[in-house]
Design a protein around this ligand. Sequence first.
Ligand SMILES: NC(=O)c1ccc[n+]([C@@H]2O[C@H](COP(=O)([O-])OP(=O)(O)OC[C@H]3O[C@@H](n4cnc5c(N)ncnc54)[C@H](O)[C@@H]3O)[C@@H](O)[C@H]2O)c1
Length: 263
Amino acid sequence: MTTARGVALITGGASGIGEACARRFAKDGHRIAILDVNDAAAEAVARDLGGPDDALWRNVDVSDHGAVEAAVREVADAWGRIDICVASAGILENASTVLEADPEAHDRLWQVNYNGTVNTCRSVGKVMQAQKAGAMITLGSINSYVPLPLPAYCPSKTAITRLTELLAVELGRFNVRVNGLAPTYVLTPALKARIDSGDRDPDVIRNSGALDMFVMPEDIANAAAFLCSDQARAITGIMLPVDAGHLAWTPYQNYAGGVPWQS
Ligand SMILES: NC(=O)c1ccc[n+]([C@@H]2O[C@H](COP(=O)([O-])OP(=O)(O)OC[C@H]3O[C@@H](n4cnc5c(N)ncnc54)[C@H](O)[C@@H]3O)[C@@H](O)[C@H]2O)c1
């Protein structure tokens, strides 16, 4: 599927993980369609990737299902198919409690992160179903696996796991694979800005997994490229942690008997 020149549609492709995926799939020879609300950044990435014949962008708010449907149709009509989709558009949340979280911010986060993923996968899924080929990537998080104090974000990422499984089952018979990626803290521009402003401690981030490293957007794009390649032809319906060992590390560190080998 990814051997010939294909078409990759990427929501949130103007920044962070989506941008890294756009650059990776372009490097692999694919045409890129970016749907994003950040016009200036989306335009800059698309221009960098070769301009209208190689990379286009559209201002699309993924929470608007009509706008997503129209843009997906436009891309499929213009370039004949959509081989790869990465639903990376998303917004973050500051730590809070379920009882204290702002209801409007809660609803908006679900509209973008969850409904936006549904809207994208539904519209692209119809194209892939008709062409009987394709691979989709949703963006979960370590929040898909464990509770963190992000009362809208955390459940939305858990729901994306189940959505990914449903889509994988519904589309499997049409030769369409659907997988999710569950990153730990990724050193995106947004996280860098929080570190630079003193809101986040880089040492805490770096030491939050088994591997002593910062996970970069390119690490997530590499996993996306693998899952969308023929190398992963037998893999669908999974939520793959790309977490430097965070999910193994955290319960281990909290063992009530104490960890044997660390100070
Ligand atoms: N960065 C991390 O540490 C991390 C960890 C786990 C999961 N994720 C997930 O990865 C995805 C990408 O995050 P990122 O860190 O690259 O963020 P980012 O802020 O760098 O990029 C997100 C992109 O989505 C776009 N966007 C926001 N709202 C939109 C909307 N309504 N419609 C269309 N586009 C919209 C933004 O303009 C931006 O270009 C998100 O789903 C996020 O939850 C990120």
